[in-house]
Design a protein around this ligand. Sequence first.
Ligand code: NAD
Length: 484
Amino acid sequence: MNRIPDYIAGEWRTANAGEAAAVIDPATGETFAETPMGGAAEVAAAVDAAAAAFPEWRRTPPQDRIQYLFRLKRLMEEHYDDIARCITRENGKTFAEARAELQRAVENVEVACGIPTLMQGYNLEDVARGIDEIMIRQPLGVVAAITPFNFPAMVPMWFLPYAIACGNTFVLKPSERVPMAMRMICELIGQTGIPKGVVNMVNGGKAAVDALLDHPAVRAISFVGSTPVARYIYSRGSANGKRVQCQGGAKNHAVIMPDADLETTTRIVTDSAFGCAGQRCLAVSVAVTVGDARTQFRDALAGAAASLKVGPGLQEGVQMGPVISRQSQERIEGLIAKGAREGAKVIAGGAAGGGGYFVSPTVLDGVDPKSALSETEIFGPVLSLVHAESVDEAIDILSGSAYGNAASIFTASGATARKFRYEAPAGNIGVNIGIAAPMAYFPFSGWKDSFLGVLHGQGRDGVEFYTDKKVVIERWPREWSRKF
Ligand code: NAD
């Protein structure tokens, strides 16, 4: 069995951990590798390597640090298809979706290459007569990221490039379910010639996470995953004095106004709800149809869902792959059945097909916005339809959600769009956009139970998160220089 090694101090080391998690191809159910469940010993080795690399790395000029990132961008592009195939195999998403994910990963490397500008501080002469003040940004030291299964390469790259470009050294704990893509990317990172220990990767689950949260040398923790785990990591990490940012779960609404373009809106909402088998934290999972939009969009969305070709992600023409695991498949099917019991009507999908963990693209009509199903993050290819009489009522419905990751509106009216942008309580807003994913040079926002912390991942927020501000006030009287 292919046992995934850790990447520590520029070397591949197989952990001694007795326990291992299966890495399964969700399209077939076949186990093709195993992730050793490392713990305190593996984490200590990785943090030691990162701490040893830090003093020299922080002294390396930013201009020189980014040369490794330029090389990484080139190497990732040269190996796009190999990494994408690996993502499809371990995660299940289609090959096109895996390539799109990698594109987003590379964009973060590109943005971090701007660090000589992004990391600059500011200054003011003569804050008092003859006294100048400057603000300098300095790296923190060893920082760590803990990432989820749904974007095996992109989510780690929301953090890694900014962390190291700022002069920190980095430890990644990827999802034990999808360790292969970052294994390939760490291999490429090694090929850039970057000093050993600047980037490290430890495999495992809760024990490895706990060791990172408790290790005194780890200064900052970035987390992306479900909200209960986000809460746990935020509280334990901050209790230990670390800087912590945690992106959690989601339940995203798309409000469809009667003046929305039928064809384009149907296509975009369908892609948002069912792309990556609904396992995107920005997936639309509730469509709120307003007024007359109800009947036209109900039939169009059900038709579009039913027409999607579901199958193994590497197969030509397949538009939607399986979900990650048997447990996910059963949980999603259970929630669909629960929705039906609570009075919703299954107007597309509902039944699974194929040998792997496939769930048909499902549309539930007439879901009660106050039902348990409306509150639950399904994280699968299920779109609930809810109806509202006005945009105000639609905004009330999404305001009732505990989550605030993303919300979209589809309309031809600028005034309605502006009202929505102004009032909707979510961190990422789409106007005639189905997946309101911020580009790498904007923060990946998220509000309410979808985010714990202050500074988000990506862009300028990433630079702020990975640096400490130092303020220097200087007085250099001329008469002192004359003495020498
Ligand atoms: P998860 O919370 O189960 O796992 C995420 C990471 O935490 C993994 O590395 C895992 O090993 C670790 N972990 C799991 N349980 C833990 C525990 N009890 N203690 C310590 N560490 C633990 O999430 P997942 O199933 O891998 O990913 C899906 C979730 O991630 C969904 O809720 C989705 O909405 C969310 N997500 C959010 C965003 C965002 O930007 N807000 C992006 C992607 C995914």
